[in-house]
Ligand binder design. Structure first.
Ligand SMILES: Nc1ncnc2c1ncn2[C@@H]1O[C@H](COP(=O)(O)OP(=O)(O)OP(=O)(O)O)[C@@H](O)[C@H]1O
Ligand SMILES: [Mg+2]
Length: 432
């Protein structure tokens, strides 16, 4: 057999790095991808500092994780770092550090120390201007500067890593980067970043059952976890949890579903908590599935095509967890901002999701019936709104039929009631 001739075709560094800037990060998601690295490196503290200084504005992401040796640092700056991953690892592609950083600016510098005993600090930079000029995949040891000194200071005397973003061309406006508008933009990014980190890392901020816990601050302010399921609220109700075994091609693993009906406004411990739990997208759009990969939230809001969002089901939220072994099935993207729920799983969870929405609908109607109740009607007295009560009874029937696994039987019974006593079916809200 004759050997086939092969040709090495090295990609153009200048062109490829430029296109890799646009894999879909926004500023908060780019910072979150770097916090992923810090979490995977075992950090207990992560500081995000976003500083406005006109064209010299900069961002530091500093952690006290295990840090990197000199070789590891250079490998870390390779597009497609070579390494293997553990199941709890948040990394996957060997790209995040580079693509997330360069999506916001033209220079990323990493300052790192592997351990306290080895007192050496290593500093390397990826600089897009240089890569474009020379059209080569280059990493440089940058010249000393005030920013780099500051990064070293943030590292202190212990192990850890500081990532520094400079030349923030994607963050600052081209015109008047030193102006008030640019400053406000940076302030807005800082606020949105804190909100985003509070949501996506809430389990790490709260502390995981295996003991991992991370404290994050943005511009000196501690990020408080935002748990979509209001765990501290007395009237939050959980429906039975479920597990689903999934196999698609070579990938197999478990997905876990937990379903919650959150309390209505009047059932919340305080108005402030109700507002806080509303979340960045507000109650209506925060309903739905919250998809977690290795305990890190990657996608939320809406029902992944199972049903639409609806004012009446706004109290329904569910967590869907999957392991990294299912990455290929969930199609996690490079920026970790999107997954697609595999059709097989969507089908498996559809009934459970609909059951949750029925329960949330009932809770919503109960609360609005209470809200509409004339003031003189207290508990235990007959209600003056029988139709609201009857439709509640109808919902309770549906929900009970779902929970007992007899939904088909209820449908047969209803078909007879609709035929023989349509006015009763209508009064129960079960006419269709
Ligand atoms: N803060 C950090 N502390 C220690 N090591 C780090 C840190 N950031 C990055 N690294 C190392 O650099 C490597 C490359 O990081 P990068 O984010 O580019 O890819 P990844 O995390 O492996 O995968 P993904 O593309 O999914 O993020 C990591 O795998 C890790 O070994
Ligand atoms: Mg990463």
């Amino acid at each position: 057999m004759t050997a086939r001739r092969t040709y090495e075709v090295t990609p153009s560094a200048a062109r490829l790095t430029r296109s890799l800037r646009d894999v879909g990060y926004d500023f908060p998601a780019a910072v979150a991808d770097l916090v992923d690295n810090s979490v995977s490196a075992g950090a207990a503290h992560v500081q995000v500092i976003i500083e406005f200084d006109g064209v010299d504005s900069r961002v530091f992401i500093a952690d006290d994780g295990i840090g990197m040796s000199e070789n590891a640092l250079v490998e870390a700056l390779r597009f497609g770092s070579r390494r293997t991953y553990e199941a709890t690892d948040l990394g996957r592609y060997g790209l995040g550090l580079k693509t997330a950083s360069l999506s916001q600016g033209k220079s990323v510098t990493v300052v790192t120390r592997r351990s306290v005993s080895v007192d050496r600090v290593f500093v390397r930079e990826l600089n897009l201007d240089l890569i474009e000029e020379l059209d080569e995949w280059l990493v440089v040891a940058p010249k000393r500067s005030a920013d780099i000194d500051r990064a070293r200071e943030l590292l202190g005397d212990s192990a850890g890593t500081v990532v520094l973003w400079r030349l923030l061309d994607r963050v600052l406006p081209e015109k008047r980067p030193e102006g008030g508008w640019a400053r406000r933009r940076i302030d807005t990014y800082a606020r949105r970043t804190a909100e985003h980190l509070a949501v996506v890392f809430h389990r790490f901020l709260e502390g995981l059952p295996d003991g991992r816990k991370v404290a994050i601050s943005v511009n000196g302010e501690k990020v408080r976890p935002w748990n979509p399921f209001a765990p501290g609220e007395e009237h939050c109700r959980e429906l039975p949890a479920q597990r689903f075994e999934i196999t698609v091609g070579d990938a197999s693993g478990t997905a876990r579903l937990r379903r919650f009906v959150l309390p209505a406004r009047t059932q919340f411990s305080s108005q402030d908590e109700f507002e806080r739990l509303s979340g960045p997208l507000n109650w209506n759009r925060q309903q739905g599935l919250y998809v977690y990969r290795a305990d890190r939230l990657v996608q939320w809001g809406g029902w992944a095509g199972i049903r639409g969002i609806d004012e009446h089901t706004k109290l329904a939220r569910a967590s869907l967890d999957f392991d990294t072994s299912l990455d290929p099935v969930f199609n996690i993207n490079v920026s970790k901002m999107r997954v697609s729920i595999p059709p097989q799983l969507r089908q498996m969870i559809a009934t459970s999701v609909n059951e949750l929405c029925l329960a949330a609908n009932a809770a919503y109607r109960r609360s609005s019936a209470r809200g509409n109740m004339p003031l003189h009607l207290g508990a235990g007295q007959p209600s003056s709104t029988p139709s609201a009560d009857l439709s509640l009874a109808g919902l309770a029937l549906r929900s009970a039929a779902m929970q007992s696994g007899h939904y088909d039987a209820l449908e047969s019974i209803l078909a007879i009631i609709r035929r023989d006593a349509p006015q009763i079916a209508t009064a129960l809200g079960l006419a269709s």
